[in-house]
Ligand binder design. Structure first.
Ligand code: JEE
Length: 250
């Protein structure tokens, strides 16, 4: 998978080298290319922002550097994959986007080329979105209902979530198989390791008993109880029967 990122803070993406994604890069599974938007601002101050049309607080990113940066990436994609390969998908992280989730990560992991356009300030001149929507596929995506200062942290979260789903990236494919089986919307069961006793806190005895049917049953019950406690909204209808979580009085 090729991933291009455009940002005025390319250094943020050094973090991706530290983890799994660094190894995926070394293995040639993920081709991550980070571009500095300011390289496409040609005035002497390399200015990428300006005051908002119509007035208001803050600054807005000018369209011209974005046009030059994205045109360059799209042209290089057409050059390198001359076959009628599917268009790159351009993702603009935005508080106004569709909310990113595991389903979206799974869908995006099938793409061959993603481009992340990281805005700053109050965002990017909307004509950039219109231009690339007219020429190809564009999505506005939010990572959740809180306000960040720009698209970089959101892009890193999405790249990590998507990247680990690319075949070969996660060391142990069994953990992904397990994950997909557990894709029933319930939270995970609690995990333990050695020592069996730590500060007078014991690993639950069922986990040390070696009866795998009991262990599976216990883990499933833990998942349901945990979900009921902290995310009752995720409980499937058939498990919601005796739930107290859905009553207005709670
Ligand atoms: C991209 C600039 C900063 C802050 C105005 C008005 C928005 C932009 N989940 C997520 N939260 N935040 C982002 C995100 C933030 C960004 C950019 C993504 C580019 N910024 C910015 C405030 C505002 N606010 C009231 O509603 C909220 C606009 C994000 C993602 N993905």
């Amino acid at each position: 998978m090729r991933i291009d990122v455009v940002s005025i803070f390319p250094g943020y993406f050094d973090a991706l080298e530290l983890s799994l994604l660094g190894k995926a890069k070394d293995k040639g599974l993920i081709d991550l290319r980070v571009h500095d938007l300011r390289d496409h601002a040609h005035d002497k101050h390399r200015k990428v922002d300006d005051t908002p049309a119509g007035g208001g607080a803050g600054m807005v990113m000018k369209p011209e550097p974005w046009g030059e940066a994205l045109d360059g990436i799209l042209a290089s994609a057409a050059d390198e994959a001359p076959g009628a390969d599917p268009d790159p998908l351009i993702i603009f992280p935005s508080p106004a986007g569709d909310v990113f989730n595991q389903r979206m990560a799974r869908e995006l992991a099938h793409e061959s080329h993603l481009v992340f356009g990281c805005g700053r300030y109050e965002g990017i001149d909307h004509r950039v979105f219109d231009e690339y929507s007219a020429r190809g596929r564009v999505r506005l995506v939010s990572i959740g209902d809180y306000v960040l200062n720009g698209g970089e942290v959101a892009s890193i979260a999405m790249i990590e979530a998507i990247g680990r789903l690319v075949p070969g990236v996660v060391g142990n494919p069994l953990s992904l198989v397990e994950e997909s089986h557990e894709e029933d919307g319930l939270l995970e069961y609690p995990s333990y390791t050695k020592p069996a006793s730590w500060r007078d806190r014991e690993v639950p005895p069922v986990l040390l008993g070696g009866n795998h049917a009991h262990i599976e049953k216990w883990r499933h019950e833990q998942r349901i109880e945990r979900t009921r406690q902290v995310r009752p909204d995720l409980l499937p209808r058939e498990l919601r029967g005796e739930s107290r979580g859905r009553h207005a009085a709670d």
